[in-house]
Design a protein around this ligand. Structure first.
Ligand SMILES: Cc1cc2nc3c(=O)[nH]c(=O)nc-3n(C[C@H](O)[C@H](O)[C@H](O)COP(=O)(O)OP(=O)(O)OC[C@H]3O[C@@H](n4cnc5c(N)ncnc54)[C@H](O)[C@@H]3O)c2cc1C
Length: 493
């Protein structure tokens, strides 16, 4: 079908806006600059751009009608959940429609005998667990942003969280999805279907294949017993060596997170938890499972930490103390505002055993570019989150921040890791795709995209540059054979 392009002179065509209004209603449209400013950026704060119009549908049928209209008029769409993405995946231009799913936030069905629940894509992550917690279940993927981010955004980015180490990333918990394709067709895809794993293809596709409107997720039984330890270490080196020591001893903790001195300083200035700010780093280590044997496992971890030089190891005495530790970890990135006006959070992955070397290199990169970098990350997965502190009003400093981010990603790939553990490529990391993918790889992925999104109307310019695979080929490493698709959340070895 031949697409008729809308001609934009001053913002969006008014008849087009009126057609949109007829679908989502007056209260489902944001048209003024003041209204649209909220949608001009996500948590990748380095770029901002006002969308042409924001549509807030209430049902899959409304999403489909918006898509049909956009398809007919040749207008591109950008899906958005809560805008907590850290790679600029929701950035929208003034000739595009942002389709924001935040009003589609209902839990639709809970089926505990079959350990599953169905929810709309705009449901907030934490609300899934809250809905089943009274019955002793939980939804395992728990990004640190879980109080705000949506199920649809989690699916698009194949999000992880502290408990990914034991429970896996989002793709391991999605049983079925309802998706609106760019031409407005509503399709239901299920893991129960025989044939290609189309659900797996949608998860991690960063809104470039379809707009997820609903999903059926796996829920798991909440563990009978949990122990949460805090290991205080003299240095980042000591802490990262402990990570490999614990897992090398055959223990798979539910979570194994690291916070360095800089992030502890920010957390302390904000919450006054009483963390030892003189420590070089702390590890939060959690084990869970049956009550029987859990204390024995906790004692083994305590012994490994002490043998590995930890200054102090303690076990949270009760649920309140455990909650305090997790609050410190999960809210830590938000506390960085105490240290600097802006922060860019990187997301490279390195093999676990390379963590000491890679974090030393992150320190050298900080010195080279005269920047302060805080580290808080999923250490057990080898998923680094160096948080580069800066002031976005200083263009010269922004250049150094971008250069430092590039150096960090290159270092991760050189050490046998990859570009993203969970935040996705978005617009942030496109120029680095050539580090891990050959032109053939990229052509294959572009071919898959064009099956779902043949006119390129859905989230153009994200994940891959708009035109397809025009990414510069950067020098490849000896490790390239070890690298897998970035969205499989590379598991550290
Ligand atoms: C403080 C902080 C901590 C974080 N911690 C973690 C963490 O521990 N683990 C982690 O994985 N991430 C983390 N993130 C990143 C972010 O929260 C996740 O990527 C999250 O899944 C994004 O969800 P969202 O609803 O905000 O999506 P958005 O930011 O709105 O969108 C993200 C991407 O998904 C697409 N999208 C959104 N909704 C849909 C839909 N319904 N259908 C199709 N495409 C869609 C968008 O186009 C975009 O490309 C953190 C972010 C912050 C700010």
């Amino acid at each position: 079908m031949q697409l008729r392009r809308v001609c934009y002179t001053d913002g969006m065509d008014t008849t087009f806006i009126e057609e949109l209004r007829a679908i989502v209603g007056d209260d489902g449209l944001r048209v003024t600059d003041a209204q649209k400013h909220v949608y001009a950026f996500d948590a990748y704060t380095l770029e901002k751009s006002l969308p042409g119009v924001v549509a807030l549908p209430r049902s899959a049928e409304e999403v489909a009608a918006v898509a049909r209209l956009c398809h007919r008029r040749g207008v591109s769409m950008v899906p958005r959940g809560a805008g907590t993405g850290l790679a600029g995946g929701t950035l929208t231009h003034d000739n595009q429609v942002m389709v924001c799913l935040s009003r589609m936030n209902r839990i639709l069905d809970i089926d505990l005998p079959n350990e599953r629940m169905r929810a709309q894509a705009g449901a907030i992550n934490i609300n899934l667990t809250k809905a089943v917690a009274p019955d002793g279940y939980l939804y395992a993927p728990d990004p640190s942003s879980q109080g705000a981010c949506t199920l649809g955004g989690n699916i698009a980015n194949n999000s992880g969280g502290p408990h990914t180490l034991k429970y896996g990333v989002t793709v391991n918990h999605i049983l079925a999805v309802q998706v609106v394709l760019p031409d407005g067709e509503i399709v239901e895809l299920s893991q129960d279907d025989h044939g290609y794993d189309l659900v797996g293809m949608i998860v991690g596709s960063e809104g470039t294949l379809g707009i997820v409107t609903e999903a059926t997720v796996r829920v798991v039984r909440a563990p009978e017993a949990i122990r949460t330890l805090l290991a205080v270490c003299h240095s980042v080196d000591d802490a990262t060596n402990l990570v490999s020591a614990i897992i090398g001893a055959g223990i798979v903790p539910a979570a194994l997170e690291m916070m360095d001195q800089t992030i502890l300083e920010a957390v302390e200035r904000t919450y006054h938890f009483g963390f030892p700010t003189e420590a070089g780093a702390v590890l939060i280590i959690e084990v869970d499972g049956p009550e029987v044997g859990i204390d024995r496992q906790t004692e083994r971890i305590e012994a490994i930490c002490r043998d590995g030089g930890a200054l102090r190891v303690s076990v949270a005495a009760d649920a309140e103390e455990r909650a305090k530790l997790w609050m410190a970890r999960k809210k830590s990135i938000g506390t960085i505002g105490r240290l600097a006006p802006s922060c860019m959070t990187q997301d490279g992955v390195a093999p676990r055993t390379k963590l000491p070397a890679i974090l030393r290199e992150v320190g050298e990169i900080a010195a080279k570019y005269d920047l302060r970098i805080a580290n808080v990350f999923h250490a057990g997965d080898g998923n680094l989150h160096p948080c580069v502190l800066f002031d976005e009003r200083d263009p010269e400093e922004v250049k150094r921040v971008l250069a430092a981010g590039g150096d960090i990603l290159r270092a991760c790939v050189r050490e046998g890791g990859t570009l993203t553990g969970e935040h996705g490529i978005g617009i942030e990391k496109q120029e680095f795709l050539g580090l891990i993918f050959s032109p053939d790889d990229l052509d294959t992925m572009a071919a898959i995209r064009s099956v779902f999104n043949p006119d390129g109307l859905l989230n153009p310019g994200k994940l891959f540059p708009a035109g397809g695979t025009c990414c510069p080929q950067l020098p490849r490493t000896d490790n390239e054979a070890l690298l897998v698709m970035t969205h499989t959340h590379a598991t550290a070895v």
